[in-house]
Design a protein around this ligand. Structure first.
Ligand code: NAG
Ligand code: CU
Length: 573
């Protein structure tokens, strides 16, 4: 029997969020992994398990190049490529461009598409259907996809369905977000593919796809997309919490940010110009809305990386800026990105509330290579192999173990429900080409963060509400609802946290709609049965859809900053 009182309450829970236990302590550089001098990693492993710096494993093959991904269930990731000559074929004989990858078996199922998905975006409808929009010209038996709208609803045997020419206009490199209404915003883009945008092909409009069904009646003008030319593709979008239920979104391109109200179609606020380099494609940086915590859900946006010019040798931007755009006089607070410059960084918010930065290059910009396949001149070089982790509370950076696989243009990363990080892609090739320093990359890696390597017991979620069969359906929950979550612990002095995460739709260093919201734990009741002790946590769902837009999410329960063996899939509405 463990030395725990029978009932303990964690009403004053918030204080605990601030005191992270610091499992990832500031390390100047990754210590040389034990196996780096041996060829062992060539088969599976880049380094030995190390509680300080994490562990890399090559676990599988993505089937198609992983240009766009989204977590669609507790163990599946949908992968979308562009049209290219991948070695596997879809049902109609065309080269496959989409798979469903299972992170437990490391096998994939081939999905079927009709139009070219080259450089597109996605986000969830509030009802749990994924909307995917845009594309490029017809090729290899595929239709043109510039105006295509595609739907994917996870389930047994699920596949894509499509509305060709569904959008009001052509969108290549659009941005997307789920709005508090549960509708999906499709924003900007270009009428055709380009290195950098220009006025002749710019599409300075947005359209909103209604959850209620049907297609948008019209597009709305967005002059901000003219002001921010030519670096205005794949803009950064973050829905901003508020008490009035307004659909206010942080919109950022180039060096400029605004708050835009999508109910009234007006700019609410203009933010000061961000110091440092350009942050948008092809000088691609990354933007993340840092974890939101009750009771204020203070929205701090952090933008990192990028570059100053489209020159191969130009070192990537080693700065980040944070800003709370809702402050009266918002100002950028700059730091050095942990001392590592990066163009095309991915950001993954971890269950601990820290942010993992990985992938990308130390110099150059987003794009393919110049010259022939056999003698390529890559426009992004010096791959950055070691992730950095950022603690939003202490503003400290630390460096983790390096991968062995460069992940440059068209690479991705996401958190999965077991707490590991799925990392795939990299394809600075116009069509599949594997015999190169920076090939079309099909290898899938999993990064195991330090919080899973401590040797401490992981909690296990036994039930959520009345549901005891977990991760078979998305458990419906509503705003402000108190949900009873039963967990087992195994640690001597439990200290639970509950967080909701939407890992987002990931492509081109954007993590559209990625979100982390801490939940209040209203009460925690410890009940000891013979041999099996469990705690019933009463977890309060976020209060309204501006704080966490409706749709699929995962509830992570942590004990002393160790996440449960699986997060549980919910549908918040
Ligand atoms: C969700 O809404 C969209 C848009 O109306 C619709 O196409 C889709 O079928 C819906 N999905 C579910 C699971 O009801
Ligand atoms: Cu692209």
């Amino acid at each position: 029997m463990k030395a725990i009182s029978f009932i303990w309450l964690l009403c004053t829970f918030l204080a605990k969020y601030i005191s992270h236990s610091g499992l990832v302590t500031a390390l100047p550089h990754p210590t040389s992994p034990a196996s780096s001098a041996s060829p062992v990693y060539l088969f599976a492993r880049a380094n030995e398990a190390d509680a300080n710096v994490g562990q890399w494993d090559i676990v599988g093959n993505s089937g198609v190049a992983a240009m766009h991904i989204a977590v669609v269930s507790y163990n599946e990731i949908i992968i979308i490529d562009k049209v290219e000559a991948n070695p596997i074929k879809q049902a109609n004989g065309n080269p496959a461009i989409s798979t469903l990858y299972n992170v437990e078996t490391n096998e994939y199922r081939i999905l079927n598409l009709d139009s070219d998905t080259f450089c597109t975006a996605g986000s969830w409808f509030g009802n749990g259907t994924l909307l995917h929009a845009g594309g490029a010209e017809n090729q290899f038996g595929y239709n043109e996809g510039y105006q295509s709208i595609r739907f994917f609803t996870p389930g047994d045997g699920a596949d894509w369905s499509e509305i060709p020419e569904g959008m009001t206009s052509r969108r290549w490199y659009p941005a997307m977000a789920t709005l508090p209404s549960g509708d999906v915003l499709v924003f900007g883009g270009a009428y055709k593919g380009t290195g950098k945008n220009n006025a002749g092909i710019n599409n300075p409009t947005y359209e909103i796809w209604p959850l209620a069904g049907g297609i948008p009646e019209k597009a709305f003008d967005m002059p901000f997309l003219i002001e921010t030319l030519p670096f205005n593709l794949y803009v950064f979008l973050h829905v901003i919490p508020n008490d009035e239920g307004k659909q206010i979104v942080f919109v950022f391109a180039n060096k400029q940010g605004i708050l835009f109200d999508f109910d009234t179609a007006t700019i609410v606020k203009r933010l000061p110009e961000m110091p440092g380099s350009i942050r948008s494609y092809p000088l691609t940086g990354n933007s993340v809305l840092l974890p939101l915590h009750p009771p204020y859900y203070k929205p701090v946006v952090m933008i990192c990386g990028g570059n100053t010019e489209m020159e191969i040798e130009t070192l990537a931007e080693a700065s980040c800026g944070r800003i709370d755009p809702t402050e009266d006089d918002p100002k950028w607070e700059m730091d050095d990105f942990g001392g590592v410059g990066r163009v095309m960084p991915d950001s993954v918010i971890l269950p601990t509330g820290k942010v993992l930065y990985l992938n990308g290059a130390g110099a150059g910009f987003a794009g393919y290579h110049r010259g022939p396949n056999t003698n390529p001149l890559y426009v992004a070089i010096k791959p950055v192999l070691a992730p950095s982790v950022y603690d939003p509370e202490t503003k400290q950076w630390s460096r983790l173990a390096p991968s062995i696989i460069p992940r440059l243009y068209h690479s991705v990363a996401t958190l999965v429900s077991d707490g590991r990080i799925f990392v795939a892609g990299s394809n600075p090739q116009g069509d599949v080409y594997t015999k190169s320093e920076f090939p079309t990359e099909y290898r899938v890696e999993m990064f195991t963060p330090p919080y899973l390597l401590t040797g401490l017991a992981r909690p296990k979620i036994i039930s959520v509400g009345e549901y005891t069969e977990l991760n078979t359906i998305r458990i419906p929950v509503s705003y402000g609802q108190n949900v009873e979550v039963t967990v087992t612990s195994g640690q001597d002095v439990p200290n639970f946290k509950a967080v909701l995460i939407n890992p987002g739709f990931i492509t081109h260093s954007n993590h559209f709609s990625q979100r982390f919201v801490s939940c209040n734990i209203v009460s925690a009741k410890y009940s000891a049965r013979k041999r099996d002790s469990s705690t019933i946590l009463t977890v309060e769902m976020p209060p309204n859809p501006t704080i966490f837009p409706p749709g699929p999410s995962y509830i992570y329960i942590l004990d002393n900053d160790i996440p449960a063996d699986y997060a549980i899939e919910l549908l918040l509405n």
